[in-house]
Design a protein. Structure first.
Length: 249
């Protein structure tokens, strides 16, 4: 998955030559702006990278660094290139900017082309919708700027890992994880300004999922890693206490 400095309503993508000597980060959003349902279906079926449909995204770009990579891959003997798109950011961008009609048409075509991959994509789109609603609620409540696509993509990635296990925890196990989340939100609130404090208050009012969304947007990676470790620890404890009913990560 590309790890670029792309922010805002942009979709991180990267292209590299086969020998990895030349590479570039770029924005896939312009391509998605004009993509047909069939274009999206093809990207879904190749898991957003490593195949010809993703190559088209780079070939359509006017980014000078991308053009340099493609020129190198063309001129150098026996050389090619590979493109990968941040699928979480791409799905979130599509939800925010192109809505139900494109999504449903793309998924319908993807099901005909590759049913297994389309089922995964449909789950991702559904998760993206839940993430979008959850992550944006505190901002809307306080009249604050919306989270960026990069923020929402990170939030979606975190939810994919944490949401099922966190939703399955009960009793003392849930309380332990909730306490860790409360502490993290408190620390983020204290370290930020009034806007951060307002968002934290709203997230606290709405509950655990909103707090996690806030942390994926406002907290640093160390906080997120710590929460992931705490959840893993709590899940293991739950498995030992009730092995037939416990959640898993």
């Amino acid at each position: 998955m590309p790890k670029s400095g792309i922010q805002g309503d942009m979709v991180a993508a990267e292209v590299h030559s086969d020998d990895h000597r030349v590479k570039a980060d770029f924005d896939a959003a312009p391509y998605l702006s004009n993509a047909t349902p069939f274009d999206i279906a093809k990207l879904i079926c190749c898991d957003w990278g490593g195949d010809y449909p993703a190559d088209n995204v780079a070939q359509a770009s006017d980014n000078k660094d991308v053009i340099r990579v493609l020129d190198y891959a063309t001129i150098a003997p026996d050389m090619g290139f590979e493109v990968n798109i941040d699928h979480d950011q791409a799905v979130m961008w599509l939800w925010k900017n192109r809505g139900y009609e494109l999504r449903d048409a793309a998924l319908k075509q993807a099901h005909r082309m590759n049913g297994d991959q389309a089922e995964i994509a449909e789950e991702n789109f559904n998760l993206a919708r839940r993430t979008l609603i959850t992550a944006m609620q505190p901002s809307q409540e306080q009249g604050l700027p919306e989270p960026t696509i990069a923020d929402l993509g990170r939030c979606m990635e975190f939810f994919r890992a944490l949401e099922p296990a966190a939703a399955s925890l009960t009793g003392d196990h849930l309380d332990k994880f909730q306490h860790a989340v409360d502490d993290a939100v408190h620390d983020v609130s204290d370290s930020g300004g009034k806007l951060t404090s307002d968002m934290a208050s709203t997230a606290n009012n709405y509950g655990l999922a909103y707090q996690i969304a806030l942390l994926t947007i406002m907290a640093d990676d160390n906080v997120l890693h710590s929460l992931r470790d705490t959840l893993s620890e709590v899940v293991l404890e739950a498995q030992k206490a009730e092995p037939d009913q416990s959640p898993s990560l």
